[in-house]
Design a binder for this molecule. Structure first.
Ligand code: HEC
Length: 210
């Protein structure tokens, strides 16, 4: 069946498609509006798509959508706490991968945790404390990354489980040092008692999986 036949046989599909197209255009309107604000000079570039947005609204009964609040660029950025949670997710699983000497998996989780930490720092590189001073997160992050997290990396490369456990515990102190510097001393960390994901099998690849 081609598209037209499908729409004839299933009018609901046609209605949904119209609603989706409308939604997409509304989103494009918001997105190119934000881009205009950002780009300033590139009105010409965005003008054609701006004109295309004056598409007819769907008729009543044609799957009309509730009016949308146009998302702003800031609304669409994840916040620092969210990226910290992503980092913590990977950092927790890292403990179990290393503890079970599943080195390829440990390497994976360390890389992911580092990437999310770097992203979290990029989102808000400087924080103001309650006392009014500014904390340079980039500098602290770089120090933690190049010392403690680098030691975890070395332990993984040498398949050194004792070194891994030590470096992991020290890294936790590095994490907390930054929390303290950011007026977040109450975000204390510990060696996790359970992995973040129950579905992951942490056994090393050489062991038979269950
Ligand atoms: C360079 C500074 C810095 C480093 C290094 C750092 N954090 Fe954070 N972390 C923060 C800040 C700032 C917050 C609070 C963010 C906010 O208030 O929005 C935070 C919050 C958190 C939270 C709480 C998230 C939530 O809202 O539930 C967790 C969990 C966390 N960090 C884990 C870690 C772990 C694990 C490490 C180390 C592997 C780490 N952090 C290293 C700055 C840092």
């Amino acid at each position: 069946m081609n598209t037209i036949e499908t729409e004839r046989h299933y009018p609901i599909i046609a209605a949904r498609r119209a609603a989706l197209a409308f939604r997409f255009k509304a989103w494009m309107a918001a997105a190119s509006g934000a881009a205009l604000l950002l780009a300033g000079t590139s009105e010409l570039l965005f003008a054609p798509s701006a004109r295309a947005q004056s598409a007819p609204e769907p008729k009543p009964g044609q799957g009309a959508v509730a009016p949308m609040d146009p998302p702003t660029v800031n609304d669409r950025l994840p916040d620092q706490s969210h990226e910290m949670q992503d980092a913590a997710y990977h950092f927790e699983n890292l403990w179990f991968a290393g503890d079970k000497q599943n080195w390829p998996l440990a390497d994976y989780y360390l890389r992911k945790a580092r990437a999310y930490l770097a992203l979290a720092v990029r989102i808000k590189p400087v924080r103001q404390t309650g006392a009014g001073s500014k904390v340079d997160l980039t500098g602290i992050w770089s120090a933690v990354d190049h010392s403690m997290l680098a030691q975890i990396d070395t332990a993984i490369a040498h398949q050194d489980v004792a070194g891994f456990r030590t470096a992991y515990r020290q890294s936790i102190q590095g994490c907390e040092a930054c929390h303290t510097a950011c007026d977040r001393a109450y975000i204390r960390l510990q060696v996790p008692s359970a992995p973040s994901a129950a579905i992951i099998n942490f056994d090393p690849p050489s062991l038979p999986s269950h």
